[in-house]
Write a protein that binds this ligand. Sequence first.
Ligand SMILES: [Zn+2]
Length: 337
Amino acid sequence: MLLPVASGSTPGCRGPDGRGGVVIGMTRRQFVLASALAASGVQASRSTPIVDTHQHLWDLKRLSLPWLPTSGPLAGDHRLEDYIREADGLGITRTLYMEVDVAPEQHEAEAAYALERCGAPGSPMIGAILGGRPDSPDFEAYVTRFRRELRVRGLRQVLHSAATPQGHCLQPAYIAGIRLLGRMRLVFDICLPAPFLDDARQLADACPDTRFVLDHCGNPNVQEGPADSWRRAIDAVARRKNVACKISGIVATARRGAWAAEDLAPFIEHCRAAFGPDRILFGSDWPVCTMVASLREWVTALQRIVAGWPDDERRKLFSQNAVRWYGLSRLLSGSAA
Ligand SMILES: [Zn+2]
């Protein structure tokens, strides 16, 4: 069962726990939201079904997250039912699980956790980007385990920590691992600090047969505005045709309680101009976005920013590019179920 595509005529899935009052055709919350969106002129863009290519989940009974704060919005469990509740009425029809930086010894447990949720009844999740260490000696054995698993669409290692300084992903063993992903038709999501963006360019050059997704618009800081150095680095990465850009994550760097869609727009428009309409795709980065914005606030802000784009460009951003870049068509047709 899917989440409701629009605020229209079907109640859709209310989540596994079945809670929530559904009135005929539209919940009260959907009605209020639809009214607000219509008033703000973004109603038309809401009819675009959304594929969320960056959905985190964690259940601390199953996985331990060494980096997780003990207080604040990210503390505690963030489960699929929480996401479904928060996504209610937003038009998110499909999602991809994004790895959550567990310790390497938990990568297989994380993969099992994610794949259990792909295609389960009531789940919008259809595939996963798993965690891994491309430069580890057992990487080939690890990733080959998923060779026949169509629901595994890619791999990521966050390159933010002290253990992964600038240049880490350019070492020969790392490049060999990323080339292997290309041979396996798996995407590498590259997530690094903005000052390291040239690493992404060099890695893309070194691995021309691997598809990349640059996470979070290259991780600029919204509060600082779009720096010239970020713009130039994005332009250079975008010239590599094997890289797409994920429109995600940036809201988490905005000022909590004092941000507006207009603060995000220059970053998104620059990525659109650099990568073009066929290589940008949406990700929620939930629940990380909730450090600053609810899922609803982020999606609504993005819809407002792109409200003036041509319909076909909005469809590419919100779903079509994700299907093409991550190779989701067989999953969507159900042939892999
Ligand atoms: Zn994330």
